[in-house]
Design a binder for this molecule. Structure first.
Ligand SMILES: [Zn+2]
Length: 324
């Protein structure tokens, strides 16, 4: 988009701010004991204040209450919510984004406040408003805008019982295919693999892979190695760790050969193996450079970090000549 188109687009989206996503709506069912009981069972929450009338009566609650986090359950529309898009303002807003290339959507955060306990018989009405749309932001996912909606929950007397803020990022996916006009010929672009999410706990591993190294996390307190990366040592619960570099000498512990379905970005048949590394941990990786019919459990392999598509570096394992 050029600056003028951006301005026009932003006028369009900002016109949605303050609009209600339809009129206030009443939940399909009043707060009721069967739904509370089922929810408590599914969640494994055995607090008697949700299910045991006699016990609940003698608590400070004075009787059965609904678990606070069920608030949204009283307002969900169920399967029919897929219908009536015409009255759904939020969907219209998302459509404006989609039409302008902001096809990605990511729920970034939500927060809920509870003002009072709900009891059987209470009737919940909810009302959602598009609260704000941010300025254009440059994020790791791509350029986009944060949309914040606020839902107010009230009871049969109009008293507020809760409030939920929900924020999503609508963005142009950073790995979106180039626009048709910029593609030189008619051949479709080579599809890339789905990039692994890189978070606080595993981003460092992928960054090392980008540099051609496979690291294995090591507990600083008891030296136990672990893979894949995770925040805490399973042996001693320490969260202090460092890492060692793997030699990528390994042995096939187990494997499978995929023929179908063919996920874009891979060559088939595809051998996926669990490999026991010389250091003692295991890693899941592809075995390449060999007819998949020849792959055997116990086979010695050697890994090499290679570029497997335009953006991804991954260890791939090759049979060691004569190393069965
Ligand atoms: Zn440890």
């Amino acid at each position: 988009m050029n600056p003028e188109e951006t301005k026009e687009f932003e006028q369009k989206i900002h016109a949605f701010v303050g609009r209600e996503n339809g009129p206030p709506k009443k939940g399909k069912d009043a707060v009721n004991e069967p739904m509370i009981r089922q929810w408590a069972e599914v969640m494994g929450d055995e607090s008697p204040v949700y299910t045991d009338k006699e016990t609940a009566k003698n608590t400070t609650k004075g009787g059965i209450i609904a678990p606070p986090s069920m608030l949204q359950a009283w307002s969900m529309e169920g399967y029919p919510m897929a219908g009536s898009p015409a009255v759904d303002v939020q969907r219209s807003l998302h459509n404006v984004f989609d039409e302008n290339g902001f096809t990605g959507v990511l729920g970034t955060n939500t927060s809920t406040e509870f003002f009072r306990d709900l009891k059987p018989g209470d009737e919940v009405t909810y009302h959602t408003v598009i609260e704000s749309i941010s300025e254009q932001k440059s994020t790791a996912r791509g350029i986009g805008y944060f949309i914040e909606t606020v839902t107010q929950f009230t009871d049969q007397n109009g008293e507020r019982v809760g409030k939920q803020v929900f924020r999503v990022l609508k963005f142009i996916p950073a790995d979106a295919p180039a626009e048709a006009s910029s593609v030189a010929d008619d051949s479709p672009a080579v599809p890339t693999r789905i990039a692994a999410p890189r978070g606080h706990d595993n981003g460092w591993w992928w960054e090392a892979a980008d540099k051609g190294k496979v690291l294995i996390q090591r507990c600083k307190s008891c030296q136990t190695l672990r893979h894949p990366p995770r925040p805490m040592c399973g042996e001693c619960q320490s969260v202090e760790w460092d890492s060692i570099e793997s030699t990528l000498d390994g042995e096939i512990f187990s494997f499978t050969v995929l023929h179908y379905p063919k996920v874009p970005g891979y060559d088939y048949p595809l051998c996926c193996a669990v490999i026991s590394l010389a250091e003692g941990t295991r890693i899941v990786a592809n075995v390449v450079g060999i007819d998949t019919e020849e792959v055997k459990i116990g086979m010695k392999v050697k890994g090499k970090v290679e570029q497997v598509d335009e953006k991804t570096m991954l260890p791939q394992f090759y049979p060691v000549a004569g190393g069965q």
